[in-house]
Design a protein around this ligand. Structure first.
Ligand code: GLA
Length: 726
């Protein structure tokens, strides 16, 4: 797993199918050697001999420093001849920033490494800690690599220690750096870009010379660019080829960079966004970066996704929730928006109970003076004028009908028209004399301040303590614009955004620990904070406010590039769809929403008897197959961005069961038959597709395939596949 070659000072890290190798070269620099298919520990000596020593001149050579520009490094140092971007920039009190970090020592420890106040992998078999020391300052860096034998994800982070007496200003502290070799071909970059209502659109472009940088300056990971960067080798597709994934386990502003230099090598690194970042490290203090999850796949993008899904399920998502049946919810947002009273809610609850739905989630509008989006945020006290008898009345109705109850909060926000703002106007992020930007008529609370987080913890806790609440939807509907906190001196303003994110994590930790029976769902106007950091606290996240059954296939496809289907909340809503105006069959809406943590978000009282029967059938079917959503492997079959179809398949780990959902976007005349090749089955097993009454071997289903069904606009198919004995 982690082997140290004493002779040549090499480190070979191996997971399930990959190896990662580096060594301490003659000058004491940590030189990267290899990241790819799994090798044997003995191969490290070959890598050092063939690809290590010959890159750099002899250690005593006076031109040695300038050669570092070509050296594949595990940490980019600033200045002194490496002209690519640095991983860490530490400026001393005299203003000097040049650095050269050299190997000092290492240790291999059992298990994962906890991070203080931040999400981190809960499990790993071993962790390698490599300690480097700067030639010119008292800065020390620990590079950490956590590895699990059964996983293709390598978890990295670093810690910078100020071992001296003066101050250090960290102007950049990325989480990792690695280098991909010039393989005489073109690498491509994969981004998950988008916007509100269109999250996670995969975009692949060739990686040219210079720096490709993705990131967010919004104070959170963002709808616009998910904190992930993929690097694909030539010919890599969904099912075959080699690719790398770099995902940050972080919810704040971030940057990920791929720098192609020297004709073809690529330095990949990333972490906390560094435009304004500046962290003061006093004598003896340490700064820990968030973690990054690196993944190598030789089985195309599909293989990378499956490795990430296993990693998030095994090491990130709260273990008590990850494989447990998810609540099938009815959420009232699109049914009522802000306009509800007991009577309306009771009618929805009564219908939901008849259809087998198990949790009613009361969305925005239940508190303070929240009758529209201009007032009330921050006042987490029930509005009894709207809800006679308070939450208790609604909860009682749920209990009488056998439903559990969930509640919406937006803990990080405040409206100026609220009691909280009137009492503490300075708690909102603002700069005296600068008119704050408003977004959805609200401001962001300054979570870099402990007293603000404490207050919100108390007020949310009070509601959760005093009422029988089993589900919380934690929303966040705007980004940070003023980037300033009155609580820090001028020279420490660069710490603000990261401190805000730590405040969010602190509240998430405290609330999830104080109310362990509550299921927490994340949300940020849909998937604006769908990242590996948020998944540490929220087992599922509202994937998008766009619930249109056509658009959703794209959003869910793109989100699944990194995140497991069980982490995606997917709801059936009414037609014409509120976001796109499109009308799609209820069967199709249900089918697409069944590829995730399913639920409903519409006025059940307005449905026909047939529609209600269809929903009851969907819920019952979902309950029979949700094990595949929770534990199965995802195989993406037909790409909705490329053609007229969407199709995905979930296969049980033992390959005895599978579930397929497909959608055809447009009906076309005079059509010829097209073949859909299945994937992920066992070639030798015999399978039966229930809905097609077809029995065939895995080999036939994957080799010859089946025909796509002929359907009209937005028609869908759902197939259940099971192994049968020969
Ligand atoms: C966001 C969420 C929605 C809903 C509204 C309520 O937009 O994504 O699901 O909760 O807020 O204001």
């Amino acid at each position: 797993m982690i082997s140290f070659g004493k002779q040549e000072k090499s480190f070979l890290i191996s997971g399930k199918h990959y190896s990662y190798c580096m060594y301490v070269n003659a000058a004491g620099l940590l030189q990267h050697l290899y990241y790819g298919k799994k090798l044997a520990p003995a191969d490290a000596a070959y890598l050092v001999a063939a690809q290590g020593n010959n890159v750099m001149p002899e250690a005593g050579d006076p031109n040695y420093e300038m050669a570092t520009d070509r050296m594949p490094a595990e940490l980019g140092s600033f200045g002194r001849g490496d002209f690519r971007t640095a991983t860490v920039i530490a400026t001393r009190e005299d203003g000097a920033s040049m650095s050269r970090f050299r190997y000092r020592s290492h240790q291999i420890v059992k298990g994962a490494l906890p991070l203080a106040g931040m999400p981190c992998a809960r499990k790993a078999d071993e962790t390698l800690i490599l300690t480097l020391k700067d030639d010119f300052s008292d800065a020390e860096i620990d590079l950490r690599y956590s590895v699990s034998e059964g996983s293709d994800v390598l978890v990295r982070s670093l810690a910078v220690r100020n071992a001296g007496k003066g101050k250090l200003s960290l102007r950049r502290a990325f989480s990792f750096c690695t280098e991909l070799p010039d393989v005489c071909g073109t690498y491509s970059a994969l981004r998950l870009a988008g916007e509100w209502g269109q999250e996670c659109t995969p975009c692949v472009t060739p990686l040219g010379e210079g720096i490709l940088r993705v990131g967010s300056l919004r104070g959170y990971s963002s709808h616009e660019m998910n904190p992930f960067l993929g690097i694909l080798t030539e010919g890599c597709g969904e099912r075959t080829g080699e690719c790398y994934g770099f995902a940050l386990l972080y919810s704040g502003s971030y940057a990920l960079e791929a720098e192609r230099a020297n004709g073809g090598t690529v330095r990949v690194q990333g972490g906390i966004e560094d435009t304004l970042f500046c962290w003061t490290l006093g004598a003896g203090e340490t700064f820990e970066t968030p973690q990054a999850a690196l993944c190598f796949s030789a089985e195309g993008l599909g293989g990378m996704s499956r490795a990430y899904h296993d990693f998030f399920r095994e090491a990130i998502i709260p273990p008590k929730n990850v494989y447990a049946h998810r609540p099938v919810v009815i959420n009232n947002w699109e049914a009522t928006y802000f306009d509800f009273d007991n009577e309306k809610l009771f009618a929805i609850i009564d219908e939901a109970a008849k259809l087998g739905i198990d949790t009613f989630v009361l969305d925005d509008g239940w508190f303070g003076s929240r009758n529209n989006d201009r007032a009330g945020l921050g006042d987490w006290v029930v509005n009894e004028k709207k809800l006679a008898g308070g939450l208790k009345a609604v909860i009682n109705r749920c209990k009488q009908r056998g439903l559990k109850f969930g509640l919406w909060f937006e803990p990080e926000m405040v409206n100026e028209d609220s009691d909280l703002y009137r009492a503490h106007p300075d708690w909102a992020i603002c700069k005296a004399g600068v008119e704050p930007c408003r977004s959805r008529n609200q401001l962001v609370l300054d979570f870099s301040r402990k007293e603000v987080v404490d207050h919100i913890f108390e007020s949310v806790s009070k509601v959760l303590r005093e009422n029988e609440i089993s589900y919380v939807k934690w929303d966040k509907n705007r980004c940070i614009t003023e980037n300033f906190t009155a609580s820090l001196p001028a020279e420490r303003q660069g710490e603000f955004l990261h401190r805000y994110t730590l405040g969010f994590y602190d509240l998430a930790k405290r609330l999830t620990e104080a109310f362990p029976h509550v299921f927490f769902e994340g949300c940020a106007g849909g998937g604006g904070r769908f990242d590996g950091g948020a998944l540490y606290y929220f087992p599922q996240i509202w994937t998008s406010d766009d619930t249109d059954a056509l658009e959703r296939t794209k959003i869910q496809w793109g989100t699944s590039v990194v995140y497991p289907v069980s982490s995606m909340s997917c709801h059936v809503s009414i037609c014409p769809n509120h976001q796109t105006g499109r009308t799609t069959p209820l069967q199709t809406r249900g089918a697409v929403a069944s590829l995730g943590a399913t639920g409903y978000e519409l006025d059940l009282t307005k449905l026909s008897a047939e529609e209600k029967a269809e929903i009851a059938a969907q819920v019952a079917r979902y309950r029979k197959m949700d094990g595949l959503v929770l534990q199965g492997d995802l195989y993406r079959l037909a790409d909705p961005f490329r053609g007229n179809y969407f199709c995905e398949m979930l296969v049980s780990k033992d390959k005895r069961k599978a579930y397929i959902v497909g959608e055809r976007f447009r009906g076309v005349p005079n059509e010829h038959d097209r073949v859909l090749r299945l994937f992920g089955l066992d070639e030798e097993k015999l399978y039966h597709i229930r809905e097609l009454s077809l029995t065939a071997s895995g080999k036939a289903l994957m080799g010859a395939g089946v025909f796509y069904p002929r359907l009209s606009d937005c028609g869908s198919w759902v197939w259940h596949i099971e192994e049968v004995k020969r």
